[in-house]
Design a protein around this ligand. Sequence first.
Ligand SMILES: [Zn+2]
Length: 339
Amino acid sequence: MKVVDMHCDTISEIWYSRDNIGESEYDDLGGPQELRKNRLQIDIERMEKGDYFMQNFAMFVNMNNGLDPLECALKLIDIFYEEMEKNADKILPVKCWADIEEARRSGKMAAMITLEEGQVTKGNLQYLRDLYRLGARMMTLTWNHENDLAYPNLVSKDPRTVYPFHPVEDHGLKEKGIELVEECERIGMILDVSHLSDGGFYDLYEHTKKPFVASHSNARAVCGHCRNLTDDMIRKIGERGGVIGLNYCASFLEEGETKEACRSRVSFMARHARHITNVGGMDCLGLGSDFDGISGNLEMDECSKLPMLEAALMLEGFRESEIEKIFNGNVLRLYRELL
Ligand SMILES: [Zn+2]
């Protein structure tokens, strides 16, 4: 089953492994990593084994790193294109629907740039447009920090605890965030509500007309983490024609006393998939692995193992045509409409 995945942090991990930024999810990768074959969760060789067609590569920037966020995004975009050139026999960078069709025709995989941390624009519409011109086609307003645009849902300051979680309902988009959201819709940058506060979700919903995504979030009714979506949010994304990317992170799949106690299992993913499609409809769910941004107790721990999820969805009672929608059809339909 062809895989289309809306979120991974692989390019950031490649950067950390080269420049010793020191933010890695991994203890020791044994030196600089490359996209072709590496010790991360995603590489081109294992994507082929997992039957991938398309991967979004997030330019993930942690504002705590003390560096200029825009410069970080530009650095990551440089690494992305450098890797695309080295692997042009296998994978094509895509910016529009015609590029995606071209990748399919030539039997190659497709790769799209997304931005994870709206502060990479510095709240400046010109920088937003410049990043679009460099190929970015999807953007979260925030990561886990407040920025010039918006507020995230609060993530516990103690890294050992996951619960209780704190959805932030009273802080939404700032003025600059509203301006930016409207410009994103105008130029064709797909808006991504993952990480955004609950208040921000509703502000974004009010100020937009087009479908938007939650590229890597699950269902809060199944696992009560603040990074997951309420049923009302799932319904609103579905009604708008947007897509939610199923996240494989343990603490977004299963509740636990501590982060370490949570497990990532394909059967839990299937449970979230069932709930999300029950609430939002069969057209609102895709994949958003979060590979190379997640660690811990993972059953499906790298990209060649995606057939495990296919099997779990079948066990959950999804028909093959429905699994196809989750694995690729729904996200590709959205791209055909928006790109
Ligand atoms: Zn994320």
